[in-house]
Each structure stands twice: as C-alpha cells, then as structure tokens.
Ligand binder design. Structure first.
Ligand code: ACO
Length: 331
C-alpha cells in the first residue's frame, strides 16, 4: 500500500506593504559618521523604508493584510485567526494583532502576537501548521510587521544603518495537493538574549526619565557577536529542515534567508553549496525589516513567476532571543 502523504499546510496568498518614504545611505551620511561604501560593503543595504510619525506597526500590518487577502481572492470574513509576528508592537498590550483585527473589521475572530525576533515569521508558520492540522483553525492570516525605525537610535551608527519598516503576510490553510510545508526546525537560546535586545520599557526596566536618558528605549546590539551566531545557526537550521524533509542541498530551488546582512546570507548560501541565483536577496531595497523579510521575499519571488509547481524553497531565519528556525516548502 502506498504510504499516505503527510498532511500539510499551504500558502494560498502572499503580499506585503512597505512605506513610500525611502532613506538612502547618502541620507544617512548626513546623519551619522558613515559612508554609502561602508554600509554596502558591510551589510549589502542601499536604502530602507521609513514609516510616518502617525503610523504604527498595526497600520503597516493592515495594509499588508488587505493586499494579501486581495491577492488570495479572499475577504476578511474568510479568515478565522490573525497572528502577528512582531518585536515592535503598537503597545505592550493589547497585542498588535488585536489592533489589526479591529482595523480590519474582523468580527470576534481570535488574534494574538508572537515575539520571536526576526524568526517570528517562521515560528508563526510552525504554529499555524499545528492549529490547522489539529482542526482548530481553517484559514489563518499570518502577518510579520515591524516598525524598527521607531526603536532605532539615530545617533548610533552601529545600528541605525541596518533597519527599516515593512510588513509581509500570507494566508495559510490545509493543502489538498502535493504542495505545502514539508518540514520545519525551531530552536532558541535565551542565555544569549542580551546580545540583541530592547532593554527598556518592559517590567525589567520600566519607562522612566532616567531609562530614556540612558537610551535604553532603543534597540541595542553587539553586532559582531550576533553575526557569528547567525551564520552558524542559519546553516544548522537549513540543513536540519532539509534532512527532516528527506531532501538534499541540491534539491533546493530557492533559499529565502532572513535579510539581516549580505555577508550572513552569502555564508549561509555557501554552507548549502548553492549558486548565487538560488539565494534570494532584497536587502539592498529594504534593509533588515526583521519578521517581514521572508514574507516580502516570498511575495516578490511569487510575483516574478519564478515559483512553479514543485519548486522547493527553504526559508531560514535567526533573530533576537536568540531564536533560529527554518522550513522546507514545496510550491
Ligand atoms: N559606518 C562606518 N563605520 C562603522 C559603522 C557605520 N555605520 N558601524 C560600525 N562602524 C565601525 C565600528 O565602529 C568599528 O570601528 P573600529 O574598528 O574603529 O571600532 C568597525 O566599523 C567595525 O565594526 P564591527 O561591528 O566589527 O563591524 P562588522 O563588520 O561586524 O559589521 C554589522 C557590523 C553590520 C552590524 C554586523 O556585525 C552585522 O550585520 N551583525 C549582525 C546583525 C544581525 O544579524 N542581526 C540579526 C538579527 S536583527 C533582529 O533580530 C532585530
């Protein structure tokens, strides 16, 4: 008897939103002691998008949600859960997902956030798989939305050149064919949390004038330490998810790595022995938009017509926590 195919979830819609305002490396040259040449050679970033004063993370998420639902040919009433992955919520509570639910006019469906740094989108996919395959939900809107420029210290050249604002989303439901998520792998190491964090404003260091004077309300990062861990863990995650799917490195058609730094992306591609054309890169356009990088890349690949039936994609991320995760997907 032929072994039954594992039940899978499938992406039935993709989309993203990035604010119109562009901040180039040349603009940054006027703000801090840096150069376009340094930023490109060390990070691969040429420009990033910046949301407006009156926007918050939920506003970017709602724009991405409308575009994604339209691309999927769906209405808000067709979804039964909203998950928002973010490290830059509108408010500590309520969740950004609840603000999104209200703005979408989605009546009474559950909505919650997940916080897993830049790995949040892949964590969200794994969570959605469990919810859909267990029968709890039928069609989930998963959004990765980030407003990093509001938590960036614009006087710190070590970090301010790296980040941008954007949201990407997918619609997920059970697959009825061969396509879908084949395997996944997720890990965390909280011992290393201090290497990349936003220390102030929570219950450890509540908001005070002193906390603000010390710049603890801004993202802080030991960049070169994060870099070393990211290279190691992204390679580990990609290889582990492929193995779980019963596939080899040569089976990968596209690697969609989290877009944090071109050198981390290149190192991960080399570890998987992939030619450059199989490694998707858009960091030059958006910078590091954390949880939004993978759904944006996925949508761009989808739009460009490069995803055919059977195309094998590995999505791979690393972020604050530390967290790292990857998944293998057959289009
Ligand atoms: N312009 C010019 N010089 C700079 C800049 C800048 N913008 N930033 C740092 N420098 C200088 C430093 O001051 C240092 O100078 P010094 O040698 O005189 O002290 C020199 O450049 C080298 O600094 P490093 O930090 O060692 O530079 P590195 O090559 O490591 O690049 C970077 C820094 C780009 C931050 C890199 O470490 C990196 O990308 N790290 C990983 C970031 C990441 O992966 N984040 C992932 C998750 S993000 C999330 O979860 C939200």
């Amino acid at each position: 008897m032929k072994k039954a195919e594992k039940r899978k979830i499938k992406i039935t819609g993709t989309g993203f939103y990035a604010p119109d305002k562009v901040l180039t490396n040349f603009d940054l040259e006027k703000m801090v002691d840096t150069t376009d040449e340094w930023i490109i050679s060390r990070t691969g970033i040429r420009e990033r998008r910046v949301g407006s004063e009156d926007q918050a993370t939920s506003d970017l998420a709602v724009e991405a949600a409308h575009i994604t639902l339209k691309n999927a040919g769906l209405k808000v009433k067709d979804i039964d859960l909203i998950i928002v992955a973010t490290s830059t919520p509108d408010t500590i509570f309520p969740s950004t997902a609840c603000w999104v639910q209200s703005k979408l006019g989605a009546d009474h469906i559950p909505a919650f956030d997940i916080s897993a740094g830049c790995t949040g989108f892949i964590y969200g996919m794994i969570l959605a798989e469990g919810l859909i395959l267990s029968g709890i939900n039928k069609r989930i809107l998963l959004i990765g939305s980030e407003f990093l420029t509001k938590v960036t210290n614009w006087k710190d050249r070590n970090t301010c050149v790296l980040f941008g604002d954007a949201a990407g989303a997918v619609v997920l439901e059970e697959s009825r064919d061969d396509s879908g998520m084949l395997s996944s792998y997720w890990k965390a190491d909280g011992k290393l949390g201090d290497l990349l964090s936003l220390p102030g404003g929570g219950t450890r260091i509540p908001a005070t004038a002193q906390m603000i004077a010390q710049d603890l309300h801004y993202l802080q990062m030991k960049g070169n330490e994060v870099f070393k861990h990211a290279v190691k863990r992204m390679g580990e995650a990609a290889i582990a998810t492929l193995k779980k799917a019963g596939l080899e490195k040569e089976d990968i058609d596209y690697l969609i790595p989290h877009q944090a730094n071109i050198r981390i992306i290149d190192a991960t591609g080399r570890r998987l022995k992939l030619p450059p054309e199989k490694v998707y890169i858009n960091i030059h356009k958006y910078g590091n938009v954390s949880v939004a990088t993978i759904p944006i890349a996925l949508h761009e690949l989808n739009e460009s017509g490069k995803l055919n039936d059977g195309t094998i994609i590995v999505m791979d991320a690393f972020g604050a926590g530390f967290t790292w995760a990857a998944l293998t997907y057959r289009w």
